[in-house]
Design a protein around this ligand. Sequence first.
Ligand code: 2M8
Length: 446
Amino acid sequence: VDAGAPAHRTSAEVAARAAYVLRAHDQGALTVAAPRLYPHMWSWDAAFIAIGLARLSPGRALAELETLFGAQWRTGMVPHIVFADTIHDYVPGPDRWRCQQVCTDAPRTRATSGLIQPPVHAIAVRRILEATRYATPAERRQVTLRIRLLWPRLLAWHRYLAEQRDPGSSGLVTIYHSWESGMDNSPRWDGPYAAVRPGPGLPPYRRADLSALGESRQRPSDAEYDRYLWLVEELRAARYDDAAAARTLSFRVGDVFMSAIFAAANEELAAIGDELGLGATGELLEYADRYRKGVVGTAGDDGFAADIDLRTEQAVPAPTIAGFAPLICGGLDAPRQRALVELLEGPQWCGNPSLAFAVPPSTRPGAEGFDPGRYWRGPQWPPMNWLLAWGLERCGEPAAAARLRAATSAQLADGLFAEYYEPFTGRPLGAQPQSWSAAVALDLLA
Ligand code: 2M8
């Protein structure tokens, strides 16, 4: 994909370019998130990539998740990074995580990280199953059979989240690291990170991300990276054991956005189970209900949700897109849902007249910690828009969903598939092209 940015490409042209990007990033049964900056498989990226690939080939889309779940831990945990076989300059690499060396639950055949990411996977599998309706009968049979084979792994993943990441059944999934949220340097985490103090035992490391991107203003700061790497030290010292991590880690937060995705994903998995006669429906719907209530329980009168710092038991209200979590899982009463949709579409967020495209900045412009060019502190992220639009549709807000999809498609019409976009100038930032942005474009435009 060339670097020129002519706007107003036709939908067909953008979709073709997106397909080309995913093909170029395909290593067979693993699509790298972005060749230079992220030369491996990321868990929630893989789910979005599968959602896009479902438009081209349900079988290939499912292969992506089969690869990811092939690296599932014995506990049911699905790791946030599955390292590609090729040697690449990514920090922290397998030598830092040392999962196989310190934990017998880690898979033997693949190097992985020891963290998780939001469970978008069942949402992707349901879309793959739906896509088979347009496939040949033989492909439909084949893909359905493979979904049946993957099913126990999906169920084990959801059980892991409900049991190990929320042993008290509070309705919020606990994260041990902001990498788990997927929104690494979001102002959501500034409060909780104040308690993370990297010790002298932090081994030196290189900022491989800065050399890969050639740009530091768009990435997290060095102080943030010290904390990220320090938490990896803490986790490895706990041997990636959930009970030990819950006792010893200096970062433990109940993540509303992850919990909302989990609630919705449980419903999707239940629907797949129902359609294929696989059972566990009652259990999954119970999880859905638990996490929906957990998310809604943190929301204010305007429906905006807040994470909970589990070390202080305090809510950490932050004006970021994560506050819109209830629009992903539903469950607000009608007046609060209306208020939240109005907030999303109003002048503080998508309706801000200074925005180049009417999609939500990752942090509310003008809020403390907002930075329009820096990663999760302000830029707009296509997969988040996709997710919110998907949630709005499910919540019975089809008009708002359609507006968000249209604005997301307009932003992606540059055909560059940037990792994220500067909200006021519309400038493409981060890795270019990034697989999940291409995947979202493919789903919206194909
Ligand atoms: C970013 O995170 C990784 C660490 O997991 C990194 O900065 O190296 C995040 O945007 C995350 O949400 C995403 O999954 C990953 C790959 O796209 O990159």
